[in-house]
Design a protein around this ligand. Structure first.
Ligand SMILES: C[S@@+](CC[C@H](N)C(=O)[O-])C[C@H]1O[C@@H](n2cnc3c(N)ncnc32)[C@H](O)[C@@H]1O
Length: 326
């Protein structure tokens, strides 16, 4: 069985530096971590802002337990919320913590989720086909999803969320397996079905594992990740205070597109400024030390209009700060 590896935070230094551009390190600010995970970013923010408090969301009870232990040193400065970040605006109103100085979304799955076969996220290990981040809520498992959706819906999910060229063939193969009473119940069975369906020369030419795209697509669908992101962003812009920064780290183009468009829309509506035209990406040292960082893209938006020039968030020759250019 694979060892559980604790998640290493991606571009944590950059997140703290962006926050520092708008909030004094001695301030009693409120920060929100919408995706607590193992608490790596949360630790960096609590260390960087010794008088600030942090409200942290995660819909995964395993993540909350692990992170709560790691953050226990910070006592009353941290509040861990067992909810989907979709509810950020409602929670902020109910609990009276509007006016956040920084809100971070570090999207996707954590290494803990990927490395536990029983969670069903990984095509590398055999386990139940689950893939739910929130196992206490009402969402259905990946096994139930593929056993109950028609071929057109399955094909749409594999094509739109996984950019899988053989989406329709895989969807048809799933429906035929279901008709034989052999719908995949484990990650191993699902991977074997994908391998049987994709032509051998196509599999040989693929850069990564043949099941990678379809697993990503199914995970996005099971957890309604894109809908949650849209709602979470809409909530975040209302929860952020003046000069509050919304930072999003995404790991695939579907997420990044939503973030980019939402930021441009807010900017056009005069709600604030996009901090860098192009996203920040991790440096080669970080990617070498943490392979999970390789596809990361960081975008940031500041609510309101800065009175003076903030800290330039330019990094690695990729991002371009638009601060002071408005
Ligand atoms: C990439 S990890 C975050 C890692 C974290 N930044 C750290 O430093 O350890 C993403 C986390 O966000 C959680 N998550 C994803 N979507 C969520 C949502 N809509 N609501 C709440 N939590 C979510 C996942 O359960 C996972 O633990």
């Amino acid at each position: 069985m694979a060892a559980v590896s604790v998640h290493v935070p991606v571009m944590a230094k950059e997140v703290v530096e962006i926050y520092e551009g708008f909030t004094g390190t001695g301030s009693e600010a409120v920060f929100v971590d919408a995706t607590l995970g193992a608490g790596g970013h949360a630790l960096a923010v609590l260390e960087g802002f010794p008088r600030a408090s942090l409200v942290a969301f995660d819909q995964d009870s395993d993540a909350r337990s692990l992170a709560s232990g790691r953050l226990s040193l910070y006592g009353g400065r941290v509040r861990v919320v067992p909810e989907n970040f979709r509810g950020i605006a409602r929670l902020a109103t109910e609990e009276g913590w509007r006016g956040a100085s920084g809100i971070l979304f570090d999207l996707g799955v954590s290494n803990m989720q990927l490395s536990v076969p029983g969670r069903g996220f990984s095509f590398q290990d055999d386990g139940p086909l689950d893939m739910r981040m929130d196992r206490d809520g009402g969402s259905i498992t990946a096994e139930e999803f593929i056993a109950t959706r028609g071929a057109p819906e399955l094909a749409r999910v594999f094509r739109e969320y996984g950019e899988e060229r053989y989406a329709y063939q895989i969807a048809k193969a799933l429906v035929r397996a279901r008709e034989r009473g052999e719908s995949p119940a484990t990650t191993g069975e699902f991977t074997a079905l994908i391998r049987r369906t994709l032509p051998a020369p196509v599999q040989r030419k693929m850069g990564g594992h043949p099941a990678r795209r379809v697993f990503q697509a199914l995970r996005i669908a099971v957890n309604s990740e894109l809908e949650a992101l849209s709602e979470g962003l809409d909530g975040a812009i209302t929860v952020a205070g003046q000069m509050g920064v919304i930072v999003v780290i995404s790991y695939h183009s579907l997420e990044d597109r939503i973030v980019k468009r939402r930021f441009l829309q807010w900017s056009a509506e005069g709600r604030g400024m996009v901090l860098m035209k192009r996203p920040l990406v991790p440096g080669s040292d970080e990617i070498e030390a943490n392979r999970s960082a390789r596809s990361a893209k960081l975008r940031a938006f500041v609510k309101g209009q800065p009175a003076s020039k903030g800290k330039d968030a330019r990094r690695h020759g990729q991002g371009e700060s638009t601060l002071g250019k408005a």
